[in-house]
Design a protein around this ligand. Structure first.
Ligand code: HEC
Ligand code: HEC
Length: 231
């Protein structure tokens, strides 16, 4: 028996309405899935990170992840936390599925392993021990930091173009990111690492903590922005 076209269309539409159009002939059998089987570092990096950290990790609006000093400074567990959970209150959002992102744990690990393989270098600190990665939430002295800032930083960061102490710059960057930049430098911008802020005198852990505390104290609290309590 031939089914009249109108009946066929009506049936198809009925099926469509009942099932959300997923069992129509010609419709793909499976719903679209995010590419969770993608485990290639370059593809994952390009898709998820390159827009802010640079096409080849060389930096952009965010720090260069291809800086060997950064790779040496930060351990796997910390990277996992940051990539999975993000840095709250900044453009660095959470990437793990469990935190609302799109990456599985194995994908996050593949990104970390790829960064290590491509961008870490042995002896990145030339035998010296850098200050600790993490900016402690307490224990910094803002007044000492202000003096250290004058001693170590103003020679390059002063005048009308000084963005570092500008509250709108500070509103967009966390204390941790400031600390990371002071220790590992930003070779893409010309910011020296902690050994070379002042030639001949590497900054101590406490000096870095104090300078970051000082810079953090310059943030202007404005309604709805989470910075005053940010570590
Ligand atoms: C939308 C822009 C954006 C994207 C996309 C992005 N990041 Fe970030 N990332 C940032 C910013 C901005 C910061 C600094 C945030 C802050 O102020 O703490 C940051 C910080 C980081 C840090 C910590 C650096 C530090 O200061 O110690 C790591 C590690 C990192 N990102 C890795 C990644 C990886 C890996 C990806 C891809 C899975 C990625 N990011 C995607 C903007 C981005
Ligand atoms: C030898 C010169 C020099 C010294 C010393 C120096 N900086 Fe910089 N710094 C730069 C340059 C150049 C840049 C890139 C241009 C800019 O952002 O002002 C930079 C960038 C930065 C940035 C990143 C700004 C951004 O756009 O993301 C931070 C944060 C920073 N410096 C903090 C410091 C602190 C804190 C000190 C003192 C401990 C310091 N710098 C000492 C030259 C220097």
């Amino acid at each position: 028996m031939r089914i009249p076209p109108l009946v066929a269309v009506t049936c198809a539409l009925a099926v469509c309405m009942l099932t959300g159009c997923k069992s129509l002939p010609g419709y793909p059998k499976h719903e679209w899935q995010p590419p969770q089987d993608q485990m290639n570092f370059h593809a994952l990096y390009k898709q998820n990170c390159a827009a802010c950290h640079g096409e080849t990790g060389q930096g952009g609006m965010a720090i260069p992840l291809a800086n060997p000093e950064f790779q040496a400074l930060v351990d796997d567990q910390t990277l996992q936390q940051i990539i999975s959970g993000g840095m709250p209150g900044t453009m660095m959002t959470a990437f793990a599925e469990k935190d609302g992102g799109t990456l599985t744990d194995p994908q996050v690990n593949a990104i970390i392993a790829g960064m290590r393989k491509e961008w870490a270098k042995p002896n990145a600190f030339g035998g010296m021990t850098p200050p600790a990665y993490e900016q402690p939430a307490t224990g910094g002295d803002a007044e000492k930091g202000r003096q250290d800032y004058i001693t170590y930083c103003v020679s390059c960061h002063e005048g009308p173009h000084d963005s570092i102490t500008n509250s709108s710059f500070l509103a967009l960057i966390s204390n941790q990111a400031l600390r990371t930049i002071i220790i590992a430098g930003r070779p893409d911008l010309g910011q020296p690492d902690w050994r070379n802020d002042k030639p001949g005198h590497p900054l101590t852990d406490q000096e870095v903590t104090d300078i970051v505390t000082y810079l953090g104290s310059l943030r202007v609290a404005s309604p709805g922005q989470p910075y005053p309590s940010h570590p």
